[in-house]
Design a protein around this ligand. Structure first.
Ligand SMILES: [Zn+2]
Length: 221
């Protein structure tokens, strides 16, 4: 019996009874706080990192936390975005990349992906980020270039997100916020993009103003 199947039995016997009310409430509908787009990497545990409960995050995962730019072509990511933004009316969208990302390593060295043609084509959506690193990362260490790629890929996918009509519409009416994050698998750190400053900074710094408001009991939007 695989461990994950044994886990279901444990969940039903030990975890579910403690949260029975929450699950019964959730059976009536969902109103997630965010559409959370991250990598499929097994080392990212979204609920643990964000300390959220079932019902809090509408999640899309794929290799490289990629959002293809909008076209007339229907894809899984596009449909999920449309549903989250126009049907569930999520107030936030997070794109969360991460350190040690195999997809981003592949994007940096696409010649090594000939045996994985779909992965290779998919990572074409990160090509502009690779180009930015090529232009701005000259002379930097491999490690620094990879950090730059992880961040630039998140910034690029945020740009792609804005090409989706329902996202553009909600941004125009001012009731949708976009967030770009990079999660560090080894340290548990999360850096968040500050669009005004055009840089990534630790999440507690990025959201310092909102956290101060929360602490003083002010209105937390
Ligand atoms: Zn990854």
């Amino acid at each position: 019996m695989p461990r994950f199947a044994a886990g279901v039995v444990k969940f039903q016997n030990e975890v579910y009874p403690q949260k029975k009310e929450l699950f019964e409430q959730l059976s009536k509908g969902q109103a997630p706080e965010a559409l959370f787009i991250t990598c499929s990497d097994s080392r990212i545990e979204t609920a643990m990192i964000t300390q959220t409960e079932p019902g809090d995050l509408f999640i899309v995962r794929n290799a490289g936390n990629i959002v293809p730019p909008h076209t007339s072509h229907t894809g899984g990511v596009t449909a999920a975005i449309e549903f989250a933004v126009a049907a569930l009316n999520v107030p936030h969208i997070v794109i969360c990349g991460h350190t040690e990302c195999g997809a981003m390593k592949g994007a940096m060295n696409p010649e090594g992906l000939d045996a994985l043609p779909h992965v290779k084509e998919w990572l074409g959506y990160a090509k502009a980020a690779v180009e930015v690193v090529g232009a701005k990362g000259e002379g930097l260490s491999d490690e620094a270039r990879m950090k730059m790629l992880l961040e630039q890929n998140v910034v690029l996918q945020l740009q792609h997100l804005k090409t989706h009509p329902k996202v553009a519409m909600r941004l125009a009416t001012g009731d949708l916020q976009l967030h770009g994050w990079v999660y560090d698998i080894k340290t548990g750190g999360v850096d968040a993009f500050d669009e005004g400053k055009n840089e990534f900074m630790p999440v507690d710094q990025r959201y310092a103003a909102e956290m101060a408001k929360l602490a003083t009991g002010g209105c937390a939007a």
